[in-house]
Design a protein around this ligand. Structure first.
Ligand SMILES: C=CC1=C(C)c2cc3[nH]c(cc4nc(cc5[nH]c(cc1n2)c(C)c5CCC(=O)O)C(CCC(=O)O)=C4C)c(C)c3C=C
Ligand SMILES: [Fe+2]
Length: 413
């Protein structure tokens, strides 16, 4: 079952065959034969390559993000074997295959199945799995990786308005699963967590629906929960110069980071009910763009560069206010710094007052964490701060792409 054409869909056909060679009834019965030899494969994103998938990849609709800690008894060998096992599993899952050759139903009735089964019959749905390493993985007296820590991989500093909670922050390792079907992303993290059993455990997870960014102008710009187009001025996948300047590390600090990047994750609560009571004109002044088209308040259309010198007689000041989000986050204000944003909306029920627990799970890929730190410091003056709270924070070093036959992070050992 190692041939490239086997997928979860063709595995359903195999279940029927297994029944025919004497595997006992119940677990094989009633599953329709469904051969996917001719199924469209454009939903498969290659797992191997110069960079990890899930960064410049077209942004999928759903996210399941998991942060892990190594268990207190885990050894360097445990870490190495975990990364090797995760790599094998991820290479299969991203092709729409089950987590192992035996999968959900091929291992016989007398042991728990390798694969949890909830993605049987589903295509790959553009699943990408992106791995990262947190600062704590490189701490002294843990896995002998002190000398392998990228010097910029340290906890982010505190920022004005931070209300961070440990339960949404930090982690030794992370996996970002993105897919066009939430079940596929959840299945991947669930099965990778099972593989980690005894070596690493989940510290926190984040489910995200509805991308809030785009990595290509051929994708429409989505909207965040404040109703504004988000991701207009992103670093795009077709701009190699910008990617080289602002996203990809060159390995000059740590060779294993060549082709890698840093991932900043921030869980940002959005005070939806307060925002919804703000006049449209003021909402637009806070963001610095118009709500309908996403055009800068200085004029033009969505992709027109903002002109911060334009004066508005109605506003009796700059058309794009001094404390607007776009003005403060713009490269002009931040030594040219840019970042590849890849965040998702989240909604997690309501609090005791009936208000939405909702917000933006902000994800940015940067060549240097300083790019994020500089912009976030500028945002101390942001008018948006009245309506948002940063409640979670993490940073991870994302190694370069994985070559066939290698494991993620093999350069660490
Ligand atoms: C430190 C980085 C950033 C955080 C945190 C952040 C939070 C945040 N942003 C929005 C909504 C929008 N952001 C927009 C643009 C934008 N935001 C950042 C950075 C952070 N945002 C940058 C670098 C930019 C691009 C600036 C530019 O080059 O013009 C926009 C406008 C549309 C767009 O370009 O994407 C919106 C809308 C929210 C709601 C939020 C926290 C919840
Ligand atoms: Fe923003």
């Amino acid at each position: 079952m190692t041939g490239g054409r086997w997928s979860r869909r063709s595995a359903l056909g195999l279940i029927g065959a297994a029944g025919a060679v004497g595997v006992t009834g119940g677990f094989a019965a009633g599953v329709a034969r469904d051969d996917d030899a001719a199924a469209p494969q454009e939903s498969v994103v290659p797992f191997h390559g110069r960079h990890q998938a899930g960064i410049t990849t077209r942004v999928q609709q759903h996210l399941y993000f998991a942060s892990f800690d190594m268990t207190s008894t885990a050894t360097r060998e445990d870490l190495k074997s975990l990364l090797a096992d995760w790599t094998d599993a991820a290479a299969r899952l991203t092709q729409g295959r089950e987590v192992s050759p035996e999968g959900a139903t091929g291992g016989g009735p007398y042991k728990p199945p390798d694969d949890t089964g909830e993605a049987l019959g589903l295509e790959a749905n553009a699943l990408t799995l992106t791995f990262g390493f947190g600062p704590t993985l490189f701490a002294a007296n843990r896995f002998g990786l002190e000398s392998k820590r990228p010097k910029e991989l340290v906890d982010l500093p505190s920022f004005a308005f931070d209300l961070l909670e440990d339960r949404f922050s930090g982690g030794d390792l992370c996996i970002q699963a993105c897919a066009d079907d939430p079940q596929v992303a959840v299945h991947a993290i669930r099965n990778l967590s099972r593989i980690a059993f005894g070596r690493a455990q989940v510290r926190w997870t984040q489910l995200g629906y509805g991308r809030t960014s785009t990595t290509s102008k051929s994708q429409s710009t989505p909207r965040n929960l404040f109703g504004f187009k988000d991701g207009t001025a992103n670093v795009f996948s077709n701009d190699d110069a910008d990617l080289g300047r602002w996203v990809w590390a060159d390995g000059s600090d740590q060779a294993w980071m060549n082709g890698g990047t840093f991932l900043v994750a921030r869980k940002i609560q959005m005070l939806i009910e307060s925002w919804d009571r703000v006049r449209l004109e003021e909402q637009e002044a806070i963001v610095g763009r118009d709500k309908a088209r996403g055009a800068p308040l200085s004029g033009g259309s969505e992709f027109t560069e903002p002109d911060f010198d334009v004066v508005s007689t109605a506003a009796r000041g700059p058309a794009i206010p001094a404390d607007s989000h776009v003005r403060l986050a713009h490269p002009e204000r931040n030594g040219g710094a840019r970042m590849l944003r890849r965040g998702y909306n989240f909604v997690e029920g309501n609090n005791d007052l009936g208000q939405l627990n909702a917000g933006l799970f902000f994800l940015a890929f940067v060549r240097s964490p300083e790019q994020f730190i500089g912009v976030q410091r500028s945002l101390a003056q942001d008018a948006l701060n009245e309506y948002i709270r940063h409640i979670g924070s993490a940073i991870f070093a994302v190694p370069g792409g994985i070559r066939t036959g290698e494991s993620v992070g093999s350069g660490l050992f």
